[in-house]
Design a protein around this ligand. Sequence first.
Ligand code: FRU
Length: 511
Amino acid sequence: MKNLGIKFLGILGLVLLVGCKENQSKQTETEVEVLFSDSTEVRPNFHFTPPSGWMNDPNGLVYNDGTYHLFYQHYPDSIVWGPMHWGHATSEDLLNWENKPIAIYPDSLGYIFSGSAVFDKNNTSGLGAKETPPLVAMFTYHDPIGEKEGANNYQTQGIAYSTDNGKSWKKYKGNPVVGNDNMKDFRDPKVFWNEETKNWILLLVAGDHLKIYNSNNLIDWKLLSEFGREKGSHVGVWECPDLFKLKVGETDEEKWVLLISVNAGGPNRGSATQYFVGDFDGEKFTSAQKDTRWLGWGADNYAGVTYNNVPDNKRIFIGWMNNWMYGQETPTSTWRSAMTLPRELSLSKINDEYTLMNYPVEGLNSLREEITIGKKEDGITAKTFNQTEIAINVSKKDFELNFSNTLKDTLKLALHKGVFTVDRSKSGLTGFNESFADKIHQMPVPDLPDGTYEIRLIIDVSSVEIFINGGQYVMTEQIFPRTPYTKISTRNISFKNSKIFKLKSTKPNYE
Ligand code: FRU
């Protein structure tokens, strides 16, 4: 990777308070020391990125024996989408990732599309042994020849297994295990163990609806039910389902949550993930939910699913931090796309509505190094806002928070009349695709009961993740500032009780 070796050296911390008549409120500008050595274009510091080549959806999220596996849609030969493989990385803490060899390669049955993985503890599949139970991955075979010939059955489901905790994978000889009788879009298997019915459940999406199956051995599947033809958003094809049970707040009530990604028609256009809260009796999912609900409102969180087999019933989610509208054109040169931060999902009842919250996993706090803005610190404390967490409480219903750099690239965040906005139109490089920055992105944020907004922002070079009120309102957005932001200007926000952290880098050395 080319080392651009750009070095900018310090403007000392300086705080300006400027009266702002129009809003009868204070405009505050805070400039901090700029001292960084930006070597490798826009590769994030603590978000997962592929070592090289193209990446989209997270796949096969499974925890086993101290290891979190992250497989992902991968085309190693180019930085645009192509014949899909499953790339692979592992981690003990979801933050420090070790890149592994490609796990599953395309074959004569097709490309290896998205799917999931389970730990088959009792060797129900017979693909391992009692002493060495296997990891079993299920994925969609996408046959490009069938597709070209105009067939309607070119997506089928196959499995592969590993008896060395994911190091090596073999495909099952009897693939495909689920055939296709004429469904053009039929993919993205999510398999999980249902403790209540003591069997395996499989979810597949078929264009505009979900299909649910069960099995005792991960190989022979029986169709049980369907869900969703008339529910939720259908602007795009349904993709990447997930289904899991969560406790409602601190109560004893439990509900099932279904995630469905739609590849167009998100709240700010393009790809987004919706959710349904309901009940699952082991065969059928039902939901009384009337409206469409989004897991996040930003433009860049898609195809996210959760880990199987995590201890303590934790529900950990990772999404692809990109959008099919422009995802193959973002300004990187040897690799493309990052994953969202790993987030813990929880369910709360707010104003009598079940609300799915998503919030960074607690482990992220271990990357924190507290810094003070407006003051020069010793050494490279990298007081640029390119690997930064900011936690603020805002008590005004109308505020602004702008980040800018020496080149005047500016990212504008604001709350006005109950709508939180992200304006990335002048945030840096935006011209790679018209739809990236032609609209201000919006998220309705009604008044909060105690009148304050607890806001947590996490910036990592080329993304900002915004969590309001503990993950009730979330936006995930890519940004490509030409140099890191070095200045914050605000209206109606005081940094008095805020915390600003530099978050340590966890990325492997790619130089
Ligand atoms: C979602 C998706 C999946 C598919 C995969 C192909 O982004 O379209 O439905 O399996 O990507 O790479």
